[in-house]
Design a protein around this ligand. Structure first.
Ligand code: ZN
Length: 405
């Protein structure tokens, strides 16, 4: 994702160019300086200067390679130098926090999970800081130069200011997580809503790598979406999310915690689905769901083995999601729709239901070129945090800090 800001002055131009060159080396390396100059559309002298600085900072290194189509002497190409640089990727979820050390290629060095009970009386900010300290102490011997901290979490987040306004599960009121951690560690801190960051991760490393316009829908405890348009995350810097979970699908439906009635989330969240299944089971004694504990996994398996009740519930959710998606397809004309959900276990039932709705209810030529696919990553782990750091390298903002030492 290339920085969208129009370069206003020399520093901004330097940042944008350095980010673009770093990105090209990452994507095409080993790559010669000449090739880099062509692809970046920058003068050879500018490339030489940017590359020299990156070499001196050990962010890139030279390597001999055979240029495609050439049988002559090996050429000197550039590749990223990532191993001696680490960052922390943190994920906060319901009752737990995962902290990982990764190198700049996003490869994991070590990952650890800690309990983070919502009911604990100690303020959440203090607990997060203590656990990060504890992680540093435990893994001190493996630490290389630290570059950044990236944190992903559910809730209302202002990524630019580093403030977490509200969170589900935890009592949080405008928590200054970013500024506080920056003060303590001296590192840049990147914070993003977990669905937005997951959408970036799929775009940078996962299932939507080859697409510039993508809708990613998450169906889990909450229902939300991330949108990539023209290669960039919609609402990336601000406090807003694409809140499809709170779009009304049933005006006479259940009251939602947001204050509205019949929101998508009240019919399509995993909890709502299980509630509906339990209700319908009372009227259908023949369902195989009676023979096992009611869970999303068992609901999917029952549907896959032909249980009618389970199939109906999953198809119904697919229809509700598909109706909203059809509207979004008309708005954004994406190449790809990604579904991230524990329901993907029953994708042979869920995906056709979603797709049928999109095909029926969106513009024919918009729907025709579209594919509905599962996300590559699950709703866990710290790849979304890695995506925040990668994005900050590509737009040059983090890279400039590393170049300046
Ligand atoms: Zn709602």
């Amino acid at each position: 994702m290339i920085a969208d800001n129009q370069p206003g002055h020399i520093d901004q131009i330097k940042q944008t160019n350095a980010g673009a060159v770093y990105r090209l080396i990452d994507r095409f390396g080993p790559i010669s300086r000449i090739e880099l100059s062509k692809k970046a559309q920058l003068a050879p002298a500018s490339i030489t200067k940017i590359v020299r600085e990156m070499l001196e900072a050990h962010l890139v290194k030279e390597t001999e390679f055979q240029e495609p189509g050439s049988r002559g002497r090996p050429a000197v190409g550039l590749v990223l130098d990532t191993e001696a640089w680490h960052f922390l990727a943190v994920r906060i979820g319901n009752g737990e926090i995962t902290i990982a050390l990764r190198d700049l290629s996003s490869k994991m060095v070590v990952e650890q999970q800690f309990a983070l009970p919502p009911a604990d009386p100690e303020p959440l900010l203090q607990r997060i800081i203590q656990l990060i300290d504890q992680f540093f102490v435990t893994h001190q011997s493996r630490l290389e130069r630290l570059t950044a901290i990236a944190i992903t979490l559910p809730g209302r987040v202002n990524g630019q200011a580093g403030i977490v306004h509200r969170m589900p599960f935890y009592q949080v009121d405008d928590m200054p997580l970013g500024p506080e951690l920056e003060l303590r560690t001296g590192l840049p801190v990147y914070i993003q809503h977990d669905i937005c960051a997951w959408t970036m991760a799929e775009s940078l490393f996962g299932a939507s790598r080859d697409a510039s316009d993508v809708l990613q829908v998450v169906i889990d405890h909450n229902v939300g979406a991330g949108v990539i348009t023209g290669g960039r995350l919609l609402h990336g810097g601000g406090a807003t999310l694409v809140e499809i979970g709170h779009t009304q699908v049933d005006p006479w439906g259940k009251l939602c915690y947001c204050g509205n009635h019949g929101c998508l989330e009240t019919v399509a969240s995993t909890e709502s689905m299980l509630e509906l299944a339990a209700q319908r089971m009372q009227a259908s004694m023949s369902s195989s769901l009676h023979n096992q504990p009611l869970s999303i996994e068992n609901l999917c398996d029952a549907a896959l083995s032909g249980d009618q009740l389970a199939c109906d519930i999953i198809t119904g959710v697919g229809g509700s999601i598909g109706r909203i998606l059809a509207i979004m397809v008309n708005l954004f004309h994406p190449q790809k729709v990604l579904i991230g959900s524990p329901l993907n276990r029953a994708h042979p039932i869920l995906f056709p239901a979603i797709n049928a709705c999109i095909q029926q209810q969106s513009l024919p030529d918009y729907g025709a070129t579209l594919s509905v696919e599962p996300t590559e990553f699950l709703n866990q782990g710290t790849m979304p945090g890695a995506a925040l750091v990668k994005d900050a390298l590509y737009n040059g903002s983090l890279l400039i800090k590393l170049l300046q030492g």
